[in-house]
Design a protein around this ligand. Structure first.
Ligand code: 13P
Length: 254
């Protein structure tokens, strides 16, 4: 079974509407005529999304996503954005469970699970992030931590639904630090994640689900990481903020 690689840019709280539009113009020029073998995704801040979509001009070469969504339908939830609003813009993905949201905004596995369900119900694809802290890895509890996050986030989903979720393994200690997991460390974690999916949702689902690696991915290390059998792509922060660098990442994915 071959899984199509997926490379996603998580812009976090960077790049406003004008810069986002300029990024897309420049990115399109750089990759023009080149073979892109992966699904390419950009996840801008909410307010940058319309200008990025406009700059894409209907080109479906890049799928656009949101960095968060409410677990509620609509109503008195000041500051929140619903799945219906994202649907209306024509988005395809929602990043959920990012360690920054777990750490700074108190998102629990139960909240993330509710958001994943809402996202799937709206026909959008969750990019579901999990990952251990440095202390957890050094303390020898990498596997239980990943297992709890996985089972909590994917609770009550059907195998068919899980097969379409994109999982992003992002060791917290590797995010924005320049420290990347070695390709061996990353592969071991990805293989473990696939094993948990197989145990809970069946081998067929585990074969289908795409698992991205995230944490200081850059053009210099992406090829070796993605050469690992269980690494199906990358979720990229810092190195996705310049069109040249993001273009180098997506064109190197085979
Ligand atoms: P960096 O690529 O900047 O380490 O960020 C990774 C990340 O958190 C993507 O979601």
């Amino acid at each position: 079974m071959s899984r199509k690689p997926i490379i996603a840019a998580n812009w976090k709280m960077n790049i406003g509407p004008a810069e986002g539009a300029a990024f897309i113009e420049s990115f399109k020029n750089i990759v023009k005529g080149q073979d892109i073998a992966c699904d390419t995704v950009i996840v801008p801040p909410f307010t940058t999304i319309p200008s990025v979509l406009n700059a894409l001009g209907g080109c479906d070469c890049i799928g656009i996503g949101a960095q968060n969504v409410s677990e509620y339908d609509n109503g008195a939830y000041t500051g929140e954005i619903s799945t219906t609003m994202l649907q209306e813009l024509g988005l395809k993905y929602v990043v959920l469970g990012h360690s920054e949201r777990r750490q700074y905004f108190g998102e629990t596995d139960a909240i993330i699970n509710a958001k994943i369900k809402k996202t799937i119900a709206a026909g959008l694809t969750p990019i579901f992030c999990i990952g251990e802290t440095k202390d957890e890895r050094l303390g020898g509890i990498l596997e239980p931590v990943l297992e709890i996050q996985l089972k909590g986030g994917l609770k009550d989903l059907t195998p068919e639904q899980v097969a379409d979720v994109v999982i992003a393994y992002e060791p917290v200690w590797a995010i924005g630090t320049g420290l990347t997991a070695t390709s061996k460390e990353a592969q071991e974690a990805h293989a473990f994640i696939r094993k948990v999916i197989a145990d809970v949702f069946g081998a067929e689902t585990a074969e289908k689900v795409r698992i991205q690696y995230g944490g200081s991915v850059k053009p210099e290390n992406v090829v070796e990481l993605m050469a690992q059998p269980d690494i199906d792509g990358a979720l990229v922060g810092g190195a996705s903020l310049k069109p040249e660098s993001f273009a180098a990442l997506v064109t190197s994915a085979k």
